[in-house]
Design a protein around this ligand. Structure first.
Ligand code: ADP
Ligand code: MG
Ligand code: MG
Length: 906
C-alpha cells in the first residue's frame, strides 16, 4: 500500500533529499536537514501522490490518509512537547506547499494553524506574551482568510481587503508599522477581519483546529492549479501532472519579541556570484514579512551584532549546507527567543553572472567537478545571454547624471541595463509589449511598490523591474533573477501613486508611458532613455576594447567555455552572411559557417538584381547576372578570409523573386527609369510574379532549375573567390548547399551545374580547392526519400524553419494569431518555431538521419534553422546523432554549453 505521509522530527526523518518527486523539494529537504542534525521543527509531508489523487478523484483524499496524518501528528506532538488543538498547551502548525521544483511564491502557505479563542488563551499562558499571541492570531485570520477562504482583491485597483482594514486602523492610530500596534489594536483587527470574513463568505471563521488544518491542506493542493502557478509551469515547461506536496510543520516564532527574528539568506551572493554570506532578516517578525517587502529588512551582516551566537551558528550551517548539497543554498530560518530553527533549504536561484561564477569558483575550491559545473541545473544555457547583454554606455550615463536625471538608488537585484516605458500594472505592461513587440517602443519597465505572484505575466513582458519596497529576497528580486531580468528593488525614495499613474521622486514626476532606465549592476534609476554599450565579454572578444585580464566576468566565462568544449561532441557553427558577423561568431567559438544566405548580398546590389529578375530572355538575364558576379565574388572572398580555413556552407538563392521588386507605383517608376523601360512593363512583371502563397511557390532550388544561369553565376563567384583566396595562402573549403530539395532529380540537376562551374573555374585559375555539394532537408518529402537524396548529397543540413512550417502546416509569418492561445491552453507546450517539435518535426529529422546514413554512412548532417541556438533543440540534435548545429553568432556560447550538457547527460 502506498505511504502517503512522511514524518520528520527529533533528529530523524522518513524522507530524504532525493525523494523530491514524492515529497516535493521543501519536504525532501526538511527531511534531509533533519537527518544531518540541523535544528528543524518537527512535522510531516503529505506526498505529491495525494495531490494527484485529489485531482483525479474530484477533490477528495485517499481513505487511508486521515489515519496516517493523525499518526504523524501524534509523533509531531511528542517531538515538540505540545498538542495540536489543546487549549492548555497548544501546538500550532504551518501548512506549506512544495512541488518537486521550487516555484517561488506561486503556491500557498498558511501559518499559525490551530489558533482559536481557547488555544489563544493557552498560548498567552504558556508564553506570558499577550501581544505576540494576538499578533499571531491576527496573522492567522488574515492568511487563512486570504488563502483558504479566498478574500482577495477583485481588481488591480482594489487593495487587499485585509490590508485595507489594517491601513484604516493604522491611520486612525497614527502609526506606520505593524509592530507599533498595541495588543488592543490587534484584538480589534481580529474582530474586524472575522467580520469581513462573515460578510464576504456568509460563514463564521472556523474555530476547530483540525477543520482549519484540512482547509489549509485543501487550499495548498488547490493552489497547484491557480492561474499564476499554471503560467509559471508553462513558462518553464514543467508538467501539470506533477502535483505539489503539503508540509505540516510545527510553528516556531520570530515574532515573540526583540530576541526573535526571521530571515532568508543565500550561502553566496546570487546576483554577482561573490562568495559572501548574503541575506536579510527582520527582528520580531514572521516568515512572510521578509518576502512580502512590508518592512525593509536588515542585511545579514548586522545579525553579527544583533545576535552574535546565532550568527555564528548560522554561518556554520551555511558551510555545512554547501558541503552537503555541493551547491549554493537559499535558506529560510527563524530565531525564537535566541534559538535558531531552519525552515527551508534549496538550491539558490541565480543570475547568469552568479551561475558562471559559482560553477567556476566551486571547481577551483575542489567542491565540485567540471562535469558538475557544466550541468544544466547549475547553468541553464540561456542564462549565458546575460553575460552578453549590453550595459549602459558609461559616457551616456555620466551625462544623464550630470543633467540631474539620476532619480534614485535602490538595491541591485538583477544585473544588466534596461531602458523602457514606465508601466505601473503588470496587465498594462503585458498589453503594451504585446502590441509593440519587436519595435523600438516595445520595451517596458514595470514600476511597482512591490510585486506579487499575480504580476508574473507582466514581469515576463517587461525588460526590467523596479520596486519601491522589499529587499534582495523579495518576490520581485527572486523572480527577476530567475527570469534573467534587470531588477532594482527597495528603492524607497520612489513615491508611486497607482491611482494617478505617476511616480514622484523629490520634485520630479514621471508618468505612465515615460521612459526610464535602470542599471541592475549598480541599482541606479535614471529618467529618460539611455544608450547602452556592449557587455564586458563582448568588449573583450568582439570589440577588443577591454583586455581579458581586465575582466573577471570574461575570465570565468572563458574558463567555462573551455570546459564545455572538452566535453561536447557536437560541432558548433554559425549562420552568417557577412565577414563581420562571421568573425564575431568565430570569436564566440564557432567552428565554421553552417548557413550563408546569399540573398542578403543581393539586397546590397538591388539594381542589377532587379534587372536580372525583369529580364525577358536568358541572354538579358545572363547580362544582368554578369554585373552581379563581381559583387558576389567579393563577398565570398571576404567571408572565406574571415573564416580562415574553417568550413563555409553557402546556400544558393532561396527566396521568391518578387521579394526583390518594388511593389508601389513610385518605386516601380524609379526602376523603370533606371532600366529604360515603361513603368507599365515593371508593373506587369511584378504582377506576373505575384504568388498567393510564396513560401510554397517559385523559390528554393526551383529558381535555379528553371533559371540555371542563376546557379551558374553563384557557383562561378564561389569558386573564383575560393581560388583567389587559396592563392593568397588561406585555406578554403566551400560547401555548396541546394535549398528546398524534395526530389532527387532536383539535386542532381543543380549538383551538375556546381561541378561544371568548379571544373571550368579550376581550369581557368590553374588551381583547385576541395568542395562539397549538399542539400537542405526542409521538406517532409525530403525526409521520406532521404535515402535517395543521400546518394547524391555529400551533406545534409536541416532547415528547420521551413521543415516546421511544412510539417505543421503553420506559416511562421502567420502563426502569431493563434499560438499564444495554443500555449495558454496546453495544446502545444512550446513554441514550435523556437524549440523543435520533437515528436513531429523531430520524428521526420530522425527519419532523415537514418535514411540518409543508410545511403552514405559517413554523411555529415547539421541543422541551420533558428532552432539551432535553442538549448533543448541542441540536446535533441545531439541525441539523434547530428554532427553540428548552426546558430546566430550571439547564440554560439549558449549552443556550446548546451552541447556539453547533452554529451554529459546520461
Ligand atoms: P514559500 O514557498 O512561499 O517560501 P513557505 O512554506 O516556505 O512558503 O512559507 C512562507 C514563510 O513562512 C517562510 O518565510 C517560512 O520560513 C515561514 N514559515 C513556514 N512554516 C513555518 C513554521 N512552521 N514556523 C515559522 N515560520 C514558518
Ligand atoms: Mg519558503
Ligand atoms: Mg528554408
Amino acid at each position: 500500500m502506498a505511504k502517503y505521509v512522511y514524518f520528520f522530527g527529533s533528529g530523524k526523518a522518513e524522507g530524504r533529499a532525493d525523494m523530491k518527486d514524492l515529497l516535493g523539494g521543501k519536504g525532501a529537504n526538511l527531511a534531509e536537514m533533519t537527518n544531518i542534525g540541523l535544528p528543524v521543527p518537527a512535522g510531516f509531508t503529505i506526498t505529491t501522490e495525494v495531490c494527484t489523487y485529489y485531482y483525479a478523484h474530484n477533490k477528495t483524499y485517499p481513505p487511508e490518509l486521515k489515519t496516517e496524518v493523525q499518526e504523524a501528528m501524534r509523533k509531531t506532538e511528542t517531538a515538540m512537547g505540545a498538542k495540536f488543538g489543546d487549549p492548555k498547551n497548544p501546538l500550532l502548525v504551518s501548512c506549506r506547499s512544495g512541488a518537486r521544483v521550487s516555484m517561488p511564491g506561486m503556491m500557498d502557505t498558511v501559518l499559525n494553524i490551530g489558533l482559536n479563542e481557547a488555544t489563544l488563551r493557552g498560548l498567552i499562558d504558556k508564553t506570558g506574551n499577550e501581544r505576540f499571541a494576538w499578533d499571531s492570531y491576527r496573522r492567522f485570520v488574515q492568511m487563512y482568510g486570504d488563502v483558504v477562504l479566498g478574500l482577495k482583491p477583485q481588481s488591480k485597483h482594489e487593495i487587499d481587503p485585509f490590508e485595507h482594514i489594517m491601513d484604516e486602523l493604522k491611520h486612525a492610530k497614527k502609526v506606520r508599522l505593524d509592530t507599533e500596534l498595541t495588543t488592543d489594536d490587534l484584538k480589534e483587527l481580529v474582530r474586524r477581519f472575522k467580520k469581513a470574513v462573515k460578510e464576504r463568505t456568509g460563514k463564521d471563521f472556523p474555530e476547530d483546529a483540525y477543520e482549519q488544518m484540512w482547509g489549509a491542506i485543501g487550499a495548498v493542493f488547490g493552489s497547484w492549479m491557480n492561474d499564476r502557478a499554471i503560467v509559471y509551469r508553462r513558462q518553464y515547461g514543467f508538467p501539470h501532472e506533477w502535483g505539489t506536496a503539503a508540509n505540516i510543520c510545527s510553528m516556531v516564532f520570530g515574532n515573540m519579541g526583540d530576541d526573535c527574528c526571521t530571515g532568508v539568506a543565500f550561502t553566496r551572493d546570487p546576483a554577482t556570484g561573490e562568495k559572501v554570506f548574503y541575506g536579510e532578516y527582520l527582528i520580531n517578525a514572521q516568515g512572510e514579512d521578509v518576502v512580502a517587502g512590508i518592512r525593509t529588512p536588515k542585511k545579514i551582516a548586522e545579525l553579527q551584532k544583533d545576535m552574535p551566537q546565532v550568527y555564528k551558528q548560522l554561518d556554520e550551517i551555511r558551510n555545512i549546507l554547501e558541503k552537503h548539497y555541493r551547491d549554493v543554498q537559499d535558506i529560510e530560518f527563524t530565531v525564537q527567543k535566541g534559538k535558531l530553527w531552519m525552515l527551508q533549504t534549496r538550491n539558490g536561484k541565480r543570475t547568469g553572472f552568479a551561475a558562471v561564477r559559482f560553477a567556476v569558483d566551486m571547481v577551483q575550491e575542489g567542491l565540485i567537478s567540471k562535469e558538475e559545473a557544466l550541468s544544466a541545473s547549475r547553468i541553464p544555457p540561456d542564462d549565458l545571454n546575460q553575460l552578453l547583454q549590453p550595459i549602459f554606455d558609461p559616457e551616456a550615463k555620466r551625462k544623464a547624471v550630470a543633467e540631474g536625471k539620476l532619480l534614485a538608488k535602490g538595491i541591485n537585484a538583477g544585473p544588466g541595463a534596461a531602458t523602457g516605458r514606465i508601466k505601473f500594472h503588470a496587465e498594462d505592461a503585458e498589453t503594451w509589449v504585446h502590441k509593440h513587440r519587436g519595435t523600438a517602443d516595445g520595451h517596458v519597465i514595470l514600476v511597482r511598490r512591490e510585486t506579487s505572484p499575480e504580476d508574473i505575466r507582466g514581469m515576463q513582458a517587461a525588460d526590467g523591474i523596479l520596486t519601491a519596497f522589499g529587499g534582495a529576497s523579495s518576490h520581485a528580486a527572486l523572480v527577476s533573477r530567475q527570469m534573467g531580468k534587470v531588477c532594482i528593488v527597495g528603492c524607497g525614495t520612489l513615491n508611486i501613486d497607482y491611482a494617478k499613474g505617476i511616480v514622484t521622486v523629490g520634485n520630479q514626476v514621471l508618468k505612465d508611458g515615460d521612459w526610464i532606465s535602470i542599471d541592475g549592476f549598480t541599482g541606479e534609476v535614471i529618467a529618460g532613455q539611455l544608450a547602452t554599450k556592449p557587455s564586458e565579454v563582448v568588449q573583450v572578444l568582439i570589440d577588443k576594447t577591454l583586455k581579458p585580464e581586465q575582466s573577471k566576468v570574461y575570465q570565468q566565462f572563458a574558463e567555462l567555455m573551455k570546459w564545455a568544449d572538452q566535453y561536447r561532441k557536437l560541432g558548433i557553427r554559425t549562420n552568417a552572411d557577412l565577414p563581420g558577423q562571421a568573425s564575431q561568431a568565430v570569436a564566440f567559438g564557432a567552428g565554421g559557417i553552417g548557413l550563408c544566405r546569399t540573398e542578403h548580398m543581393f539586397f546590397d546590389h538591388i539594381e542589377p538584381m532587379r534587372e536580372m529578375i525583369l529580364a525577358q530572355t536568358p541572354e538579358a538575364r545572363k547580362q544582368a547576372l554578369e554585373k552581379l558576379l563581381p559583387f558576389q565574388r567579393q563577398d565570398f572572398e571576404g567571408l572565406f578570409k574571415a573564416m580562415n580555413g574553417l568550413p563555409v556552407t553557402i546556400r544558393t538563392l532561396d527566396p521568391p523573386l518578387h521579394e526583390f521588386l518594388p511593389h508601389d507605383a513610385k518605386g516601380q517608376q524609379e526602376v523603370a527609369k533606371k532600366l529604360g523601360v515603361e513603368a507599365q512593363v515593371i508593373a506587369d512583371r511584378v504582377k506576373a510574379l505575384h504568388e498567393f502563397n510564396p513560401m510554397l511557390g517559385f523559390r528554393g532550388c526551383r529558381l535555379g532549375i528553371v533559371y540555371p544561369e542563376i546557379t551558374q553565376m553563384q557557383c562561378r563567384a564561389i569558386f573564383e573567390a575560393a581560388c583567389n583566396v587559396h592563392k593568397a595562402g588561406v585555406k578554403v573549403e566551400p560547401e555548396i548547399m541546394i535549398p528546398l530539395v524534395g526530389f532527387l532529380p532536383e539535386l542532381k540537376e543543380q549538383a551538375k551545374i556546381v561541378h561544371e562551374a568548379a571544373k571550368t573555374v579550376f581550369a581557368e585559375k590553374g588551381v583547385s580547392v576541395p568542395y562539397l555539394v549538399g542539400t537542405m532537408i526542409e521538406l517532409p518529402r525530403a525526409c521520406a526519400v532521404a535515402d535517395q537524396i543521400g546518394k547524391e548529397a555529400q551533406f545534409f543540413s536541416f532547415g528547420t524553419n521551413d521543415l516546421t512550417q511544412t510539417t505543421l502546416g503553420m506559416s511562421r509569418d502567420d502563426y502569431g494569431s493563434f499560438i499564444r492561445y495554443y500555449m495558454e491552453h496546453d495544446i502545444v507546450t512550446r513554441d514550435p518555431f523556437q524549440t523543435i517539435d520533437t515528436d513531429g518535426v523531430g520524428g521526420l529529422m530522425r527519419m532523415g538521419v537514418e535514411k540518409g546514413r543508410s545511403a552514405r554512412p559517413d554523411l555529415k548532417i547539421g541543422i541551420c534553422g533558428e532552432h539551432g541556438g535553442d538549448p533543448d533543440t541542441v540536446k535533441f540534435c545531439h541525441k539523434i546523432g547530428l554532427n553540428y548545429v548552426s546558430c546566430s553568432p550571439f547564440r554560439v556560447p549558449i549552443a556550446r554549453l548546451a552541447a556539453a550538457q547533452a554529451a554529459l547527460q546520461k
